[in-house]
Design a protein around this ligand. Sequence first.
Ligand code: DC
Length: 215
Amino acid sequence: MIIAIDGPAASGKGTLARRLADHFDFAYLDTGKLYRAVGLGVLRLGGDPEDEDAAGDVARNLQPSQLDDDELKSDAAASAASKVAAIETVRAALLDFQKSLAANPPGGKKGAILDGRDIGTVVCPDADVKLFVTASVEVRAERRHKELLQRGETSIYERVLEDLKERDARDSARAVAPLKPAEDATMVDTSAMDADQAFEAALKIASPVVAEKLR
Ligand code: DC
């Protein structure tokens, strides 16, 4: 049983995916972390995230321990991630890991939830449920801005907004696996929803499918 959740940065898809995974007791993989770990790995080696060879090497040698790093949440990691994510060899190197987790969820779980940009289109085109979670770029910037302030970091709304617009453009315009809804995805626009409302909306879509499949 696979639930694919895609959407742009700061759309709330991560929070939603985690809550759904808890609710159904499914495994959860935040695939953005893989790209962040590759981006951060290249930066730490003093390399350029747009350098195909450097990023490809880091992706092919990625270790699970690199996914538990607080620095992955940083803006530097996010920006490097969206650069390495445009490189075909990086995406190819990360694909097997994602597919095998989806096919064999760890811990004997009966299902897996993956969130990212190309889960419904490339990683799990046969997913049982596909959600595309969006919100206006202004709402997403406002949420990210508040989150940064809550974490005690400095943040300027206009900069967060520009940064998100830049990442949206890079994620959507790239040639390989661009950010776009799968044809059979259900759109969940969270612009006017809080996290609880988004969760309720997603449950309405996913619950009947999960109940039928695991019957
Ligand atoms: O979801 P996130 O902000 O952690 O993602 C970081 C970057 O990784 C984002 O700019 C696009 C890229 N990404 C991707 O290309 N494909 C995925 N499945 C997940 C993330």
